[in-house]
Design a binder for this molecule. Structure first.
Ligand code: NAP
Length: 247
């Protein structure tokens, strides 16, 4: 039977690339976004691209920072698809600014969407995976969560927490056949990084050994491996996808 994969925040950027790649791998796909309007346009295009690989692909609108909405989404997926085999916690936002000027509500919002969402979705999907005695969870962390980044106190805190949550999930569920790993992208060309100034982009480029930015598909291929049978003995790990940014 085909596996079912939920990819949060997958109407564009890295999430959309992961959805298409896992569809190519033969998974049925659930595309999620906070906005129904975005799902009706961009999400529908991602779903159509997934279906070209002969799998089922459906969209579901939910704010993953809200536990009740996550609960409703996972219940719907279980009813519609019968299983949840793969969870990719991809949804995330940035609200950058130096700490002295960062408002408390902006700090809290980034933590809620990037970090609390991982608790919500992992708790709900792991309950299903435990009964199946198998499952794959991949979390989108960031190099900012590994090394910190000026202007990203909120974002780097949330991604550092996601790395800790990845290891805890791996330890809590390892004996149930569930693996949990994280990928830590560097600079990947998506709507999220399009917002940066040319000065910020050039400064980043100088630090990258490969002297180019990454593409969403280059993150998706690593996620695909971590979700595959080939990665059956890999858990609790953080794989950096940064073109050699940190060396
Ligand atoms: P993106 O282009 O901004 O896409 C993020 C997606 O998440 C969008 O579809 C967005 O929906 C969705 N989303 C936001 N808040 C949500 C919520 N509360 N509930 C459900 N969906 C929500 O970002 P990206 O660059 O592809 O990044 C994807 C992930 O990789 C993020 O976790 C990010 O932190 C991480 N990452 C990215 C980079 C990079 O260089 N791009 C580097 C390191 C890590 P809307 O379209 O409706 O806003």
């Amino acid at each position: 039977m085909a596996k079912t994969a939920i990819i949060t925040g997958s109407s564009r950027g890295i999430g959309a690339a992961i959805a298409k790649r896992l569809a190519k791998d033969g998974c049925n796909i659930v595309i999620n976004d906070v906005s129904q309007e975005v799902l009706d346009t961009a999400g529908a295009e991602v779903a159509a691209a997934c279906r070209e690989f002969g799998v089922r692909a459906e969209c579901y609108a939910a704010d993953v920072s809200d536990y009740a909405q996550c609960e409703a989404m996972v219940k719907w997926v279980k009813e519609q698809f019968g299983t949840v085999d793969v969870l990719v916690n991809n949804a995330g936002i940035t609200r950058d600014g130096l700490m002295v000027r960062m408002d408390e509500d902006v700090y809290d919002m980034v933590i809620r969407i990037n970090q609390k969402s991982v608790f919500n979705m992992t708790k709900l999907c792991a309950a299903i995976m435990m009964r199946q005695k198998s499952g794959r969870i991949v979390n989108l962390a960031s190099v900012a969560g590994l090394y910190g980044n000026p202007g990203q106190m909120n974002y780097s805190a949330s991604k550092g927490a996601v790395i800790a949550m990845t290891k805890t999930t791996a330890k809590e569920f390892g004996s149930r056949g569930i693996t949990c790993n994280a990928v830590a992208p560097g600079f990947i060309q998506t709507p999220m990084t399009d917002k940066l100034t040319d000065e910020q982009k050039n400064a980043m480029l100088q630090m990258i050994a490969m002297k180019r930015y990454g593409q969403p598909e280059e993150v998706a291929s690593v996620v695909s491996f971590l979700c595959s049978d080939d990665a059956s003995y890999v858990t609790g790990q953080v794989i950096e996808i940064s073109g050699g940014l940190s060396m």
